[in-house]
Design a protein around this ligand. Structure first.
Ligand SMILES: [Zn+2]
Ligand SMILES: [Zn+2]
Ligand SMILES: [Zn+2]
Length: 72
């Protein structure tokens, strides 16, 4: 008997539509998934969501928002 199955998450087992990648919440409120082939950015599909400000090296949109705040 060959055990070739990895341990899967509950959603995979139950065939629920979901995403294993992280949902990025940008400072301007927009959403982005780190998965290139993600088809739906609904937060409920993502087990992991992070603010882009927490990204290593930061996110370009944070700087843009900061400039906008300074300009206004
Ligand atoms: Zn899964
Ligand atoms: Zn961002
Ligand atoms: Zn995704």
């Amino acid at each position: 008997m060959i055990v070739d199955r990895q341990i899967q998450c509950a959603e995979c087992v139950s065939d629920v539509d979901h995403c294993h990648d992280a949902l990025l919440r940008h400072a301007d409120g927009s959403l982005e998934c780190t998965g290139a082939d993600c088809v739906d950015l609904a937060s409920v599909r993502h087990a992991l969501s992070i603010d882009c400000a927490e990204l290593q090296g930061g996110c370009g949109c944070v700087e843009a928002t900061r400039d906008e705040l300074l300009a206004s």
